[in-house]
Design a protein around this ligand. Structure first.
Ligand code: 1PR
Length: 609
């Protein structure tokens, strides 16, 4: 049998590395975790899937003694594969942690994306973190194409800091650039130029999305979350002989044919932010009357059949459906445990099993929602929202989604503020999870309901609550978004909890702004009125929320056709669109949605593998 280099993974315990382990297993490889120093000697290949923040990563590497061990491993010339923070630690330093020293293997500095950036074809604001699927093109064009690690595919990114290329930035390299003899004018300093393998663009900013030199390969994106393209990259690196990964790569001084490519050679990808329009498949999960976990789907949140038995509608098995959507090209899969408010999520072993099983075969981001809040087990043990979320992350979730609890948290926040107290306590689930796992891991799911205002009295505006005025929509100022029958009407959007069962005195604008302040990284925007209706997304609602926040918005509820997706992306600039019913009933496939968007020249994740 062929000799397989002994593969090790360095996990410093900061978050979910299960997905990487799953993808390696899926590709048929085995690995060991680095447990002590001698493992660095035994390792013939090493992967460092860094998660979390730069300073935490460096602090933990230093305090565990891994800093020097890792440097020695890299200096030994054995293959290294860094992912995300596992790439950034190679650099001198990062703006995320001033004064904290990186490994210094790459003499360059990591900086933060500029959210004020304007870009060609820009619609709305550029959200930071850079989260979603983006392309990556080869930094150097050579006549002689050697072994490729990466093809021209889209990959999944989630980060706020990057190795940004900026010609005006002072170079952190002290070495004079001797490698620029054959370089074009825009070629960067050799400090980063020698390492740059692929480049990517976010808005008007270009950054190094992967590095490759000698025994080092590292990606800013997450191959383990990048679908078939990511698995293909991992497979290429895992199957390559150690000698091929340690070999010197061509440098400018030895390869006179190579040319720096500062812009994407794919002209069709020049507009917009660079990110693709994300399509999310959502599975509402609950126990049916026999106690089996099923995917269900309601109309306006009513999931029971209209027939006499009023059984819970059963549309399939959660893991099987998730796998189907992955194959069809879903950019993300969300599971919402819709009856979780009835019990403790941590005791919900079947739901954790669903997440675990899905994460073994679905290599795109997974969001899990339902019951993420402080709870008390029946035996009296208190469980924090952070603990509950942690259990989901360890099972393979990338994001958790918080519903009812977010409404309560913002109500409390507004009440404290009204009393002149400190608004943020640092104690809510949104805050603790955001601090522990990063804002990108915290989604808030909103379930708003339209409330039509009685405008028959001439002074209705004077008596309408001041607090909700920013949430008012005037049908008269009808845009293409508003249905003709709604002209003349005025409405606002009231928040609900417990799956639409109870309304609260807080509107969707207050909620969206509030959760952003608490540290949520994304909003999943449902609509109780449109849910299951097939009438299209509520564009007025999406626009209202998009204008209120600068975090990404996932538009949900009401999708009935491919055209509805085109419309919501085009009209509102929403980052993602989610559907459930049409996918479950196989009326419209995710591939069809993407094909339609592609026809309209709207960026979608290409997946040519
Ligand atoms: O409150 O933190 O425990 O979370 C509960 C979660 O469960 C919330 O995210 C809430 O939205 C969801 N939920 C609760 N009850 C229901 C229900 O349907 N009875 N799901 C429910 C509703 C709507 C979407 C649906 C879209 C798209 N969420 O899940 O997928 O409306 O549907 P469509 O494309 O068929 O129109 P907590």
């Amino acid at each position: 049998p062929e000799h397989r280099p002994k593969l090790y993974i360095l996990d410093y315990g900061a978050g979910n590395v299960r997905s990487l382990a799953n993808s390696i297993k899926k590709l048929g490889y085995e690995f060991e975790w680095i447990k002590d120093e001698s493992d660095f000697d035994k390792a013939e290949k090493l992967i460092f899937p860094g998660v979390g923040a730069f300073s935490q990563a460096m602090t933990s590497l230093r305090s565990s003694g891994r800093y020097d061990q890792l440097l020695r491993y890299i200096a030994s010339g054995k293959p290294y594969f860094g992912i995300c923070i596992g790439m950034q630690v190679l650099f001198n330093s990062s703006a995320e942690a001033p004064g904290v020293k990186g490994l210094g293997v790459i003499p360059y500095h990591i900086r933060k994306f500029n959210s004020e950036d304007s870009y060609e074809g820009g619609k709305g604001k550029k959200t930071v973190p850079h989260m979603g699927w983006n392309g990556a093109w080869r930094a150097w064009k050579t006549e002689e194409e050697g072994e490729k690690l990466m093809l021209d595919e889209d990959y999944y990114f989630v980060h706020s800091y990057a190795a940004l290329l900026d010609p005006s930035a002072p170079s952190t390299s002290s070495s004079s650039s001797s490698a620029t003899t054959s370089a074009s004018a825009s070629e960067p300093d050799s400090s980063i130029g020698d390492f740059a393998y692929t480049l990517s663009r976010y808005g008007s900013e270009t950054f190094v999305s992967s590095v490759k030199k000698d025994n080092i390969f590292a990606s800013q994106f997450h191959p383990e979350k990048s679908g078939p393209a990511g698995l293909d990259l991992l497979q290429r690196w895992l199957s390559a002989p150690v000698s091929a990964l340690s070999a010197k790569t061509a440098t400018a001084s030895t390869d006179n044919t190579r040319k720096w490519q500062p812009v994407n050679p794919d002209a069709s990808r020049l507009g917009g932010t660079g990110l693709t329009n994300r399509i999310v498949a959502c599975l509402d999960v609950r126990s049916n009357d026999n106690g089996d976990l099923v995917v269900t789907k309601g109309d306006q949140y009513d999931v029971r059949e209209k027939s006499d038995d009023k059984a819970v509608r059963n549309l399939g098995k959660p893991v099987e459906l998730a796998q189907r959507y992955y194959r069809d090209g879903a950019d993300e899969v969300a599971f919402l445990n819709i009856t979780s408010f009835r019990s403790s999520a941590l005791l919900d072993q079947p739901m954790l099993d669903v997440v675990r099983a899905a994460a073994e075969t679905v290599f795109v981001p997974l969001t899990i929602g339902g019951g993420i809040k402080d709870t008390v087990d029946p035996d009296g043990t208190p469980r924090s929202a952070l603990e509950v979320a942690g259990a989901y992350f360890r099972s393979g979730a990338d994001k958790v989604s918080i519903g009812s609890e977010a409404v309560i948290a913002v109500e409390d926040l507004l009440a404290r503020e009204a009393r002149g107290e400190e608004a943020l306590t640092g104690k809510t689930g949104i805050e603790t999870i955001s601090q522990g796992y990063g804002a990108q891991a915290v989604v808030v799911s909103i379930d708003p309901k339209r409330v039509y205002v009685d405008t028959s009295s001439p002074d209705w505006e004077a008596t309408f609550p001041e607090a909700h005025k920013p949430c008012l929509v005037y049908g008269d100022k009808a845009t293409s978004r508003t249905a003709p029958q709604e002209k003349g009407k005025v409405w606002w959007y009231q928040c609900t909890i417990s799956g639409g069962r109870a309304v609260r005195d807080i509107d969707v604008v207050q909620l969206a702004k509030g959760v952003e302040r608490l540290g949520a990284g994304e909003i999943l925007l449902n609509s109780v009125d449109r849910d299951g209706s097939g009438l299209g997304f509520d564009l007025d609602l999406v626009q209202l929320v998009k204008n209120a926040v600068s975090i990404p918005v996932v538009s949900s509820s009401g999708a009935g056709s491919e055209e509805d997706f085109v419309e919501v992306f085009r009209e509102t600039g929403t980052e993602a669109a989610l559907a459930a019913g049409i996918f479950h009933r196989q009326e419209v496939g995710i591939d069809q949605v993407k094909a339609r968007l592609g026809e309209k020249n709207m960026a979608v994740r290409r997946c040519t593998l």
